[in-house]
Design a protein around this ligand. Structure first.
Ligand SMILES: [Fe+2]
Length: 223
C-alpha cells in the first residue's frame, strides 16, 4: 500500500542517534491520516456531522485500539496471549486500513468526486468489459452492500494474479488481503450513514457514488 499508516521518523531518528547502543526495534505508532478535504465538503451526499464523527471518533478508536493491542503484543512473550490478541489486531488494524483507504476513495464534487473516467481510461475499459457500464457496476456493488447482514464493507478490487476486477464483501473490519488490491470500498457500518439516512441505507449507497474518487481508484488499479 502506498499510503504510510505509521509515522516512524521519530523512532528512526532515535535509533540513528544511538548507533553504538544495542539495536532495539522501535515500532512506530499508527496515526490518523490527514484528510484531503473539509468535513462538510462531501455534502449533501455525506453530512459534515457524519464525517467529523466518523473520522475523529470512529477512525481514531481503531487507531488507538490497534496501538494498544500491538503494545500488549510486544510486551508479552506468552504465545497464547499473543494468539488471543490476533483478533483485536485484525479488527482495529483492519479498521485503520479500511478507513484510510475510504477517505482517499472520496472527493468533493469540486475536486472531481463522482466524475467518471473517460472511455480511454484503463479502469473504464476494465469496468465496461466486466460489468458493461459504470451504472451496472454501481448497481451490483449496491446490491452486495444491501445484502450485508450486520457490519461490513463491499469492495471493488483487482485480482493481482489475473488482473480481473471483482466485487467482494468483507465482514466487520476485515481488510482486503492478497491477491486482491482494493480500488473502491464502501463502508456499510451504521456509523457511516445513520445520522443522515436513518434506516434507509440504500439511499446512502446510491448517494455515495456522487463523491467517489475514480482517479484514486485508477491509480490503485494501475499500481
Ligand atoms: Fe466506518
Amino acid at each position: 500500500m502506498a499510503m504510510s499508516l505509521l509515522r516512524t521518523s521519530a523512532a528512526r531518528r532515535a535509533m540513528m542517534s544511538t548507533r553504538s547502543a544495542p539495536a532495539v526495534f522501535a515500532r512506530g505508532k499508527a496515526t490518523l491520516p490527514d484528510l484531503d478535504y473539509d468535513f462538510g465538503a462531501l455534502e449533501p451526499y455525506i453530512s459534515g456531522q457524519i464525517m467529523e464523527l466518523h473520522y475523529t471518533k470512529h477512525h481514531q478508536t481503531y487507531v488507538n485500539g490497534y496501538n494498544a493491542a500491538i503494545e500488549k503484543f510486544d510486551s508479552t512473550s506468552d504465545i497464547k496471549s499473543q494468539i488471543e490478541l490476533q483478533s483485536l489486531i485484525n479488527f482495529h488494524g483492519g479498521g485503520h486500513i479500511n478507513h484510510s483507504l475510504f477517505w482517499k476513495n472520496l472527493a468533493p464534487k469540486s475536486a472531481g468526486g463522482g466524475e467518471l473516467l473517460g472511455t480511454k481510461s484503463p479502469l473504464s475499459k476494465a469496468i465496461e468489459a466486466k460489468y458493461g457500464s459504470y451504472d451496472k457496476l454501481m448497481g451490483t456493488v449496491n446490491a452486495q452492500l444491501a445484502a450485508i447482514q450486520g457490519s461490513g464493507w463491499t469492495w471493488l478490487v483487482k485480482d493481482s494474479t489475473s488482473g480481473d476486477l471483482e466485487i467482494i464483501n468483507k465482514a466487520n473490519q476485515d481488510p482486503v488481503t492478497s491477491p486482491y488490491i482494493p480500488l473502491v470500498g464502501i463502508d456499510a457500518w451504521e456509523h457511516a450513514y445513520y445520522l443522515q439516512y436513518k434506516n434507509v441505507k440504500v439511499d446512502y449507497f446510491k448517494a455515495i457514488w456522487n463523491v467517489v474518487n475514480w482517479k484514486e481508484a485508477e491509480k490503485r488499479f494501475l499500481a
